[in-house]
Ligand binder design. Structure first.
Ligand SMILES: [Zn+2]
Length: 74
């Protein structure tokens, strides 16, 4: 059996694969370092996205607070 693409591994991760595909994928992951690595990369991407989202929300909060200060001064 061939290796899984990032898209497929992403589906596996989110439980969007059929039960049979998931069992095959799991078995493959146990033996394939390349796919394990790809799966780990997906998890790293997730962390990065989360971090970016947090930064955006912090930025929005600062922006909001600044507006509040500005409007309260007026
Ligand atoms: Zn593989």
């Amino acid at each position: 059996m061939g290796c899984y693409s990032k898209e497929e591994l992403d589906m596996f991760r989110h439980g969007e694969m059929s039960v049979l595909s998931r069992i095959c994928c799991k078995a493959h992951l146990k033996e394939c370092e390349a796919c394990q690595h790809r799966l780990a990369e997906l998890c790293e991407d997730d962390l990065l996205v989360k971090e970016l989202q947090q930064r955006v929300s912090v930025y929005e909060k600062i922006n909001f607070d600044n507006k509040k200060i500005l409007t309260s001064e007026l």
